[in-house]
Design a protein around this ligand. Structure first.
Ligand code: MRU
Length: 348
């Protein structure tokens, strides 16, 4: 099993995703500030994994607090949450996890819970989020697996796998489930410039599980689709708005347009913690702009001329009209997504 992150008595242990696939090494974050740092530097990445990491960050912050009462701890708790919330802006799972901790904290404050129990309850909540995430991936994987072709090529973009979650993965969970159901799937993994999550991480984890995987450059998808090699596309999401528009790794929108042009079904797999009913559509989703160095350099080597203009948005928004269905742990959502999402949110 691939271990993305794990709570230990000394802190949170993360597989270092900046080093994969050439080196399998781990980074131990011993306090909340270090957890914030591993999120910013993308040692850990992927929407659900970021959310649970932040939850463990809050647990570490509580554990280390010298406050004698919950009232004394309250401003410290706010500062910890604010620091973790400031790490990355697009994946809503981060804010979902922090809000869940804030709701718990408000309950504990109202009942004047002793500090030793506060520390324990916060850690228990983080463990619950971790376990729920794995269970959600398995459930949505089973729903999605049924919709995969019995045999054929499935394209994915970025890494929405075990490495992006607490285990099993969202889009890659769908693929894992299809393979477990006996389907003969050949995965095409977009390399996903500039951070190469597909070439480095998706390829690494699928090969780890013995799943047939081929890496393609981002600009090869159209020609493979025309050649009849792709029967379905499945990707993850960082934030799904109320109408089904969704943010995911930059380049997802391109793939969605190509899939439509070639009559190929295009699916999203994401837990309910990725759904944000506040923005009515994708236009209001904040898009992270990352360092130009990710584009100008690779492996410490400069690729572009000095001083050239660079833009590096980490995500794009795909309009809901390109989506065939959304797999969640509560079932498969079909179009019109504004209605199916609303129905699910009301049933919550
Ligand atoms: O910048 P990253 O690597 O955190 O972006 C990750 C993605 O875009 C994933 O597709 C998304 O978070 C879904 S992960 C299950």
């Amino acid at each position: 099993m691939i271990l993305t992150l794990e709570w230990t008595p000394k802190g949170v242990n993360f597989i270092d995703q900046t080093k994969l696939p050439l080196e399998e090494s781990y980074v131990l974050a011993t306090n909340y500030e270090e957890v914030a740092e591993v999120i910013v530097t993308m040692v850990v990445r992927g929407a659900p994994a970021i959310g649970v990491s932040a939850a463990y960050g809050v647990a570490l912050g509580a554990k280390d607090s010298k406050a004698k009462t919950i009232e004394e701890f309250a401003p410290e708790f706010e500062a910890i949450c604010a620091r973790l919330a400031g790490t990355r802006p697009t994946a809503v799972n981060l804010f979902w996890a922090i809000d869940r901790m804030k709701r718990l904290f408000a309950e504990l404050l109202a009942t004047k819970t002793p500090m030793s129990s506060v520390k324990e309850r916060i850690l228990t909540e983080a463990h619950a989020m971790y376990n729920e995430d794995i269970a959600a991936c398995k459930t949505m994987g089973a729903f999605g697996g049924e919709r995969m072709p019995d045999e054929g090529g499935v394209l994915t973009h970025c890494n929405a796998g075990a490495l992006a979650t607490c285990g099993y993965g969202t889009a890659l969970g769908v693929i894992r489930s299809a393979v477990e159901q006996g389907k003969r799937i050949k995965v095409y993994a977009d390399e996903t410039r500039p951070f190469l999550q597909g070439a480095r991480l998706t390829a690494w984890e699928l090969m780890h599980d013995g799943i047939d995987t081929t890496v393609i450059c981002d600009n090869m998808a159209a020609s493979l689709m025309r050649a009849g090699k792709i029967q379905a596309v499945v990707v993850g999401a960082d934030r799904i708005a109320a109408n089904g528009d969704f943010a995911n790794k930059i380049g997802t929108y391109n793939v969605a347009i190509l899939a439509r042009e070639h009559g190929i079904p295009f699916y999203v797999a994401a837990p309910c913690s990725t759904i944000d009913m506040k923005p009515p559509d994708g236009a209001a989703i904040p898009i992270e702009e990352r360092s130009p160095v990710e584009v100008t350099h690779h492996g410490g080597k400069q690729l572009t001329p000095h001083g050239v203009g660079i833009c590096n948005p980490a995500f794009d928004v795909t309009p809901a009209r390109y989506l065939t269905a959304i797999f969640t742990e509560r079932g498969t959502l079909e179009a019109p997504f504004n209605e199916s999402l609303k129905k699910m949110a009301v049933a919550e």
